[in-house]
Ligand binder design. Structure first.
Ligand code: CDP
Ligand code: CDP
Length: 220
């Protein structure tokens, strides 16, 4: 069983995907965390983010691993814990440049398909329903207003001690949406057979219930 959840930044994908996976006993795969990890790698090595060949040289040997932990999932990059680093503003503001590189996408899409081939899975990202798992049994495209998404991100950031103002977050989110939706390879778009869910005014529980109702054996 494959459940694909796509949508723009801050629409609630990872929160909902994690809960749906937990309820159904499936694996959860956060593909955004993989693009973020490659971004951290390039920034730490001082590689120009447009230098696809140099990034690919390093990515070929990069081990990206999700490890269950008490407070969710840890992300390990060649054994180093990058769970916090991948959420820092510097990573967030550079990830769309790295994720637009065709060879980086090819490499990570293959890794994502390999994970999905071995498990019942909930996978979230931008191109899961369109490219990574085009035959997923359930496809969801999650949206929410830019204002709602910036307020949510602000709340999360404050808990982590990141104090970016809401207006700035709105700008950053709109800019990332623009870049992710207009890139040449696998742009963010709703798959034709995806169900659109607008989470602007929905609670997390309502969204989880709506998605579980789409899963064939749970919909009765
Ligand atoms: O959590 P948030 O929505 O802010 O972002 P994310 O899901 O962690 O994804 C970070 C970035 O990775 C996105 O802005 C995209 O540029 C890229 N991404 C992608 O291109 N394709 C995916 N399947 C997942 C993420
Ligand atoms: O993965 P993505 O960037 O799409 O979003 P997220 O990180 O899962 O969600 C961003 C924030 O929105 C989280 O703090 C969620 O708790 C919150 N959220 C919410 O308040 N109401 C919803 N219906 C969905 C998410």
């Amino acid at each position: 069983m494959q459940i694909a959840i796509d949508g723009p930044a801050g629409s609630g994908k990872s929160t909902i995907a994690k809960l749906v996976a937990h309820k159904l006993g499936y694996i959860y795969c956060d593909t955004g965390a993989m693009y973020r990890t490659v971004t951290v790698m390039a920034l730490r090595l001082g590689i120009d983010l447009g230098d696809e060949a140099a990034i690919m040289d390093q990515l070929k040997q990069l081990d990206i691993r999700f490890v269950p932990s008490a407070d969710g999932q840890k992300v390990l990059m060649n054994g180093t814990d990058v769970t916090l680093a991948i959420r820092q503003p510097e990573t967030t503001n550079n990830v769309s440049q790295v994720s637009a590189l065709p060879k980086v996408r090819e490499d990570l899409v293959q890794r994502q398909r390999d994970i999905a081939a071995q498990n019942d899975i909930v996978m979230d990202g931008r191109d899961i329903g369109t490219t990574v798992l085009p035959n997923a049994e359930v496809k969801v495209f999650m949206i929410a207003s830019v204002e709602a998404r910036a307020i949510r991100r602000h709340k999360e950031n404050v808990e982590k001690g990141i104090m970016t103002p809401i207006a700035k977050l709105e700008e950053e989110i709109a800019e990332r949406d623009r870049k992710d939706s207009t890139r040449a390879v696998s742009p963010l778009r709703k798959a034709e057979d995806a169900v659109e869910i607008d989470s602007t005014k929905m609670t997390i529980d309502e969204e989880v219930a709506e998605i579980i109702a789409l899963v064939p054996k749970h919909s009765a």
